[in-house]
Design a binder for this molecule. Structure first.
Ligand code: NAD
Length: 259
């Protein structure tokens, strides 16, 4: 299917690895010119070169921490008028809420809620003027089914989700959509680190921890980054213009609810 977005411009945050990288790659395959952001310039440049080689697309790499004003300014200077914005940042650490200070909460809110809102604020009116906009916020299945030890993530991502639920309806008549894409367990570096911690805590091997977690998923496997990137590209397509204010779980059936 031709997604009808060739020649569009996208800003994809936190995209040197994992799910952000996969979203950038899937968009680039559709002929979208992508600007990618991540903190480490060398890793980011290598990813940009890979995406260029795989797709022939125009790829710009801008290093910076998207949770900071300076990081966002640099990304927006390179891509001031994106048609597509994919918001993403690393997830907050696990822990017990009794140990979290105000600074811990502010860091989680900056990364997983406020940075996305600031980037939407900087780009939304241009999308409205041009009559086309697709915003995808990478959040987590924790928005629908909270994960006990990830209270910072549960809270910050739910805050973003609640805010954009209202905004999405305000701008829908301009062909600007805002949706959440909720990863379950995808085989990225983040999952690897999480499973290493599970194995260490339970005294099992990493392989056992992987097999046990994968077997708990109805699809009997982890999601690939590509599974996620392709869903993102579809939400950014011309055809997806009537899908807005939604939160799509990509988890191989792991979320147990009917709706
Ligand atoms: P990852 O660790 O594989 O990749 C994260 C990417 O984000 C890297 O490129 C990293 O350099 C970049 N990054 C992190 N913080 C950044 C910042 N402040 N500014 C700029 N770049 C930054 O992680 P992933 O698996 O791709 O996860 C992406 C998001 O999805 C995270 O918020 C994660 O918590 C969430 N998530 C992932 C899963 C999963 O199974 N992989 C499940 C639920 C939620």
């Amino acid at each position: 299917m031709d997604l009808g977005i060739a020649g569009r411009k996208a800003l994809v945050c936190a995209a040197s690895k994992g799910l952000g990288r996969a979203c950038a790659l899937s968009l680039a395959r559709e002929g979208v010119a992508v600007t990618i952001n991540a903190r480490n310039a060398d890793v980011l440049e290598a990813t940009a070169a890979e995406i260029r080689a795989l797709t022939g697309a125009d790829v710009t790499a801008v290093a910076g921490n998207i949770a900071t004003a300076a990081g966002r300014e640099a990304a927006l200077a390179a891509c001031p008028a994106p048609d597509i914005l994919v918001n993403n940042a690393g997830g907050p650490p696990p822990g017990d809420f009794r140990d979290w200070s105000r600074d811990d909460w502010i860091a989680a809110l900056d990364a997983n809620m406020l940075s996305a809102i600031e980037l939407i604020k900087a780009t939304l009116d241009g999308m409205i003027e041009r009559g086309f906009g697709r915003i995808v916020n990478i959040t987590s299945v924790a928005v629908k089914a909270p994960i006990g030890v990830l209270g910072l993530s549960n809270g910050a991502r739910a805050g973003l989700t609640g805010f954009v639920a209202g905004l999405a309806r305000d701008v829908a008549s301009h062909n600007v959509t805002i949706n959440g894409l909720l990863p379950g367990a995808h085989d990225t570096e983040r999952l690897h680190v999480t499973l290493q911690a599970v194995a260490a805590k339970s005294g099992t091997t990493l392989e056992e921890a992987r097999a046990s977690r994968a077997s708990s998923i109805p699809a009997a496997r982890f999601g690939s980054a590509e599974d996620f990137g392709e869903a993102c590209a579809y939400l950014c397509s011309r055809q997806a213009g009537y899908i807005t204010g939604q939160n799509l779980v990509i988890d191989g059936g792991a979320y147990p609810g009917t709706l």
